[in-house]
Write a protein that binds this ligand. Structure first.
Ligand code: C2O
Ligand code: CU
Ligand code: CU
Length: 484
């Protein structure tokens, strides 16, 4: 086993090839007529020439300061990127013209960021899936004015997982994410080291009829090992993907939003709604070619609604070209991580959330209203239902939650790991258990919202604070009113 590092508790995990696929869809040039025609269905299967090598986002540079804190400099800026033939597209990115580097950190590390906003307009940077103090969360109350610097800090206190970062400015999240301000945030822990020499695969682009993977249109990637681990992020503003391979091969889901599953789950299809992540392992045969595809999954909607919301669309996403010789030094372990185990014997509070239209429980987001407070050190169960006829999902800041049940039944395998974002099938009640273990702050709320970013921007969001013993909500401080 020449390539296999010999240290670490579970060496098998160390040698997965690590590929990153960030999915985001790009609306290609809209033409000059000024008339927008809603194309009811898109199908790129067989149309993509896979002529561009997939770009892999670089790992963000960092330094460790005298106090042992790992420091990252993130510069949000505007730029131009050439995706297709013809004129360049006006884009935005972090430390570059489109998308951002992959931030990688280790469990237990102290992190500090210098986030500089060179975009020419106010934005913010949210650490999606990260357990951070509310004032560091980068939500709509932690805006960064043009030309200014924001310096959040925290200690990584959660298991290895595939997280991501993106702007979260109230009313403008979709626009900023769509232009390209997002990247991956990978957490490692001691049980879950990777072979850093392996190639990384990167992201996809935005919604419309053209698809970008890591900012590349029609990408291919060369595969050098039998097993490949893909980190999939749906960074699209609105589209739900139903991933599979062009030859319907089976693959293993090994991790979801908050970390590894207890055991791998074999499947041929995997749905991923905006904001969700999945880690999958795919096996290749020497010399073969296959494509990652998104099949029209219908999203559980009726025919017409599904069709006009992209539920019937199909995309050829990414082509894999296996080398004539593949290294073969590893297997998918039968036991991966620990199953979520929120103790629901002692639930402090049940709450209900009904999503319909652009409202949650009949209200739209108000920057000046804290919807509720939870107590530090307690466990809550949230019942969430989409009664609306349209696709919605539900994302909670601060915590990773456990899906207890869906419409009273056991959650399907992809919902049995730690989650921070869940797609809501029509009229089904999702019961989510979560524990608010620390980080109380009466003055800085966390968000919960639909992660279809236009819905979020149109107000499908609410906010809560975590209160320590004896703390009461302070109301909204005046300093919050300086948002645009
Ligand atoms: Cu991806 Cu409220 O965030
Ligand atoms: Cu988030
Ligand atoms: Cu929604």
């Amino acid at each position: 086993m020449p390539n296999e590092p010999s240290t670490g508790k579970r060496p098998r995990r160390r040698v997965f090839r690590t590929l990153l696929v960030v999915a985001a869809l790009l609306v290609a040039g809209a033409g000059g007529l000024g008339i927008y025609y809603l194309q009811a269905s898109v199908d790129t299967v067989g149309e993509v020439d896979f002529s561009e090598r997939l770009a892999i986002p670089p790992i963000a540079d960092s330094r460790v300061d005298a106090a042992g804190t790992r420091v990252f400099d993130l510069d949000i800026r505007a730029g131009e990127t050439r995706f297709l033939d013809g004129p360049a597209t006006r884009t935005a990115g972090v430390n570059g013209a489109f998308l951002g580097p992959t931030i990688r950190a280790h469990r237990g590390e102290n992190l500090a960021f210098n986030v500089h906003n060179g975009l020419g307009e106010t934005t913010s940077l949210h650490w999606h899936g990260m357990h951070v103090p509310a004032a560091m969360d980068g939500g709509p109350h932690q805006t960064v004015a043009p030309g200014s610097l924001w310096t959040p800090k925290w200690t990584v206190a959660q298991p290895a997982a595939t997280l991501w970062y993106h702007p979260h400015l109230h009313g403008k999240t979709a626009e900023h994410v769509y232009r390209g301000v997002s990247g991956m945030f990978i957490l490692d822990d001691d049980d879950n080291q990777f072979d850093d020499a392996a190639p990384f695969l990167g992201n996809l682009g935005t919604l419309g009829d053209e698809l970008l993977v890591n900012g590349v249109h029609g990408p291919y990637v060369e595969v050098g090992s039998r097993l490949v681990r893909l980190r999939l992020l749906n960074a699209s503003t609105a589209r739900v993907y139903d991933f599979g391979f062009s030859d319907d091969r089976r693959f293993s889901l090994i991790g979801t939003d908050g970390g590894l599953l207890a055991a791998p789950w074999e499947t041929t299809r995997l749905q991923l709604s905006p904001g969700e992540r999945a880690e999958i392992v795919v096996a290749f045969r020497p010399g073969e070619t296959t494509e990652l595809r998104s099949y029209g999954g219908g999203e559980g909607l009726d025919g017409f609604t599904a069709r006009v919301n992209g539920g019937a669309d199909r995309f050829d996403v990414l082509q894999f070209r296996a080398a004539d010789r593949l290294t073969d030094t590893t297997e998918v372990p039968a036991v991966l991580g620990a199953a979520p185990d929120v103790d629901v014997a002692d639930v402090a509070r049940m709450r209900s959330f009904e999503l319909a239209g652009r409202e949650i429980n009949g209200a739209t987001m108000d920057m000046d209203r804290v919807d509720f407070a939870v107590r530090k050190g307690t466990t809550e169960v949230w019942e969430v239902v989409n009664t609306n006829g349209y696709p919605h999902n539900f994302h909670v800041h601060d915590v990773q939650f456990q899906v207890l049940d869906v419409a009273g039944g056991a959650p399907p395998p992809p919902l049995r790991g730690w989650k921070d974002t869940v797609l809501l099938a029509q009229d089904k009640e999702y019961r989510l258990a979560m524990r608010f273990s620390d980080y109380s702050d009466p003055d800085s709320p966390y968000m919960y919202h639909c992660h279809l970013l236009t819905h979020e921007d149109e107000g499908m969001m609410g906010q809560f604070v975590v209160l320590g013993d004896g703390e009461e909500t302070g109301g909204i401080p005046d300093s919050w009113h300086d948002h645009p």
